[in-house]
Each structure stands twice: as C-alpha cells, then as structure tokens.
Design a protein around this ligand. Sequence first.
Ligand SMILES: Cc1ncc(COP(=O)(O)O)c(C=O)c1O
Length: 388
Amino acid sequence: MNTYVRSPLVLTKGKGSRVWDVEGHEYLDLFPGWGVSGLGYNHPWVMRAIRGQASRIIHVSNNYYHPLQWRAAKKLVDASFDGKVFFTNSGAEAVETAIKLTRRWGKGRYEIIVMERSFHGRTTGALSATGQTKYQEGFEPLLPGFIRVPWHDLEAVKAALTPKTCAILIEPIQGEGGVRVASAEFLQGLRALCDERQLLLIADEIQTGMGRTGKMFAYQHAEIEPDVMLLAKTLGGGFPIGAVIAKRAIADVLTPGTHATTYGGSPLGCACILAVFEVLEKEQVLKRVQQFHTLIMKRFSKLQQRLSIIREVRGKGLMIGIELTIDGRPIVEACRAKRLLINCTQENILRLLPAMTITKVQLERALFIFEQALVSAAKSAHQPAVSR
Ligand SMILES: Cc1ncc(COP(=O)(O)O)c(C=O)c1O
C-alpha cells in the first residue's frame, strides 16, 4: 500500500554504518532503520545468534517454555528494575499492551496523560496515545481516555488530573516530536506526582532504550524508575521484537487469557536480544556513545556559531536533533546525493541516530558531509556563514 514517503533508493546490503544500493553505491547511514539497527546493520554477533538459533528452533508457542525467553527477560529486568516482561513484535504492540495493562490495573480508572508532540505508534491505541493530530486525522473515533498536555509542563500535568487518571505516558526524549529532552527535574516531578496520586509512570523507551542516550535506558539519567517501560527498535538488533517491563505487582494484573501474542518472544527474537546485550556489555558501547556525543556536540556548537540557520542543537548520547530556522528536508536530499543518510522530523529538525558501533573515522566523514550540506543550505537561504 502507498503508506510510506519513499526516497528513491533501493538498498540491498548493509554492514555496520554502511549500506549499499542495488547499483553497488555505498552510503554512510546516520539514521539506520529509524533506530532499529542501533548496533549497525548485520552485527556479526546478532548474525551468529540468528544462524545458530534458526538451526535449532525458530518459534515456540507461548503455551510452552523455552530457556531463551527466560534469559532475555532476566537480562531486561536486571538492567532496569524488578519486574516481569511481556514480549511483543513491535513498538506499537508494546504500547497497546501497556494501555491494556494500565486499564486493568486502574480498576475503572482509565485516563492516561500523554504529551503534545509525542509519538507512540500507528495501531489504534498507540495512535490515540500519540500527541499529534496530523497522524490521527481520518481515523476517528479514536480510543478514548488520552489527555494531552503541553510538553514539559508539570503544572499542566497536575491540572489535567481527574479521579479517572491512571497513568502518565512519556518518552524521556521525544524522538519523532523533534528530539526534545525531558529534564531530570521534570521526570522526577512526574515520578513524585505518580507516587502521590497512585498513578503509573510509563516510559516509552522504544527509541531511547538500549544504550542510545549513553545510559542503558534514558530514565536512568534522572535517577528515577518508571513503573512500566516499553522497548523495541534496537532491542532486537534488527530483528523485530519489543518488550514491556512492568513492576511485579502491576504485571500480575494480567493473568492467563487476558493478553497474548502468537509470535511474541520467540526463541529467535530472544536470541537476538541476548546478542544485543552481549554487544552492549563487551564492546563497551555506552562509553563510546558518551565519547561520540561530546565529539558531535563540539562540532555542532562550533558550526552553530557560524551558521544562523541552526537554531539549536540538542539531545543525549547518540540521539541528536539539529533544529533549523529553515526546512530541513532539502538538506536530507543534499546529504543523500553525497551518499549520507540522515532524517528530518517536524520539517525543520534534522535527526541523527547513528549506530552505536560507528567508528570514529566513519563518524567524522559523515559529519564532514553533513556540515558541508548545512553550509551550502545556509548560503542558498541567503543567510551566509558569518564568523563571529
Ligand atoms: C517512541 C516511540 N514509540 C513507539 C513507536 C512505534 O514503534 P513501531 O514502529 O515499532 O510500532 C516508535 C516508532 O518510531 C517510537 O519512536
């Protein structure tokens, strides 16, 4: 179906931060698969896990046990907070699971406070939770019970509370909404409010999780714990798998027969999760993410002084947004012409989610191409580069 805005590019092969098109041209990718290939395309350890597991057993129905599901769940809980795990096949399915979990836990309370410009996916429940009308048009009536409040406004959250409020759903850093970082104070404020009013704090870490922001999960920057966390994208190292982690007492409201998914948590998917954890641990990925963050921010803040088209550079770890005063989409195309892939969201925010395994040489080359594209965009926007 004609649901995607496509770039004229046919990709056939990938390795690390590089992809090749059907004609054999090589591209550097600073936005691999919308964050799915967070460890790069075809990481050898993920490949090894897939090959090994595929030769043993690909799928086991959830009426039986298999050891990898238990091991993957244990890894997730050990890395986050004491809870239980439900495996899904995508991010949106994790959001749907969280909505059902919240409603059942709420015992009649069902309202979930969501943020303006949030993005939680395209299935009906996740779409209803998403704080952007443009994605919802034509799909009404939406699922009721989502109360939208301005981003980063604790008073607005408090004002939106009703006796039916049951949870607050937030991306610690809004991705699609423009790489907007929630401050530690704001997240701590939400946590305190949830404790005081007996609400669930649900962290959508589908884009920010698994090391992307320099910590395993972005909520950890604020030294708080959510009650429920949602993961997908990098979780499977390219293989489609998602997860919902919920504190034990909350998770236990879902009893046998209340929720299920046929494919969720397959041995193949769980083998991929275990391989992703292995890479994150053994290749010291979090350290690299922090180092590369510093390198990128240094270069962009220098560039920002020269180019008035750059309004702001923000983000954490390897999740970076460059907000422009002009349309960013032609810059994406200019970069593609130079064999560099990046993304633009909200029309004027260039978004980078490089593979956390990118090499320094690759990163510097990519940044060079990117900077050149920004400089020429500044020139043609009649806002010439000015040295200060
Ligand atoms: C924060 C967030 N939540 C949910 C989703 C939906 O995930 P999926 O596309 O796997 O359904 C996305 C996808 O971009 C996302 O970034």
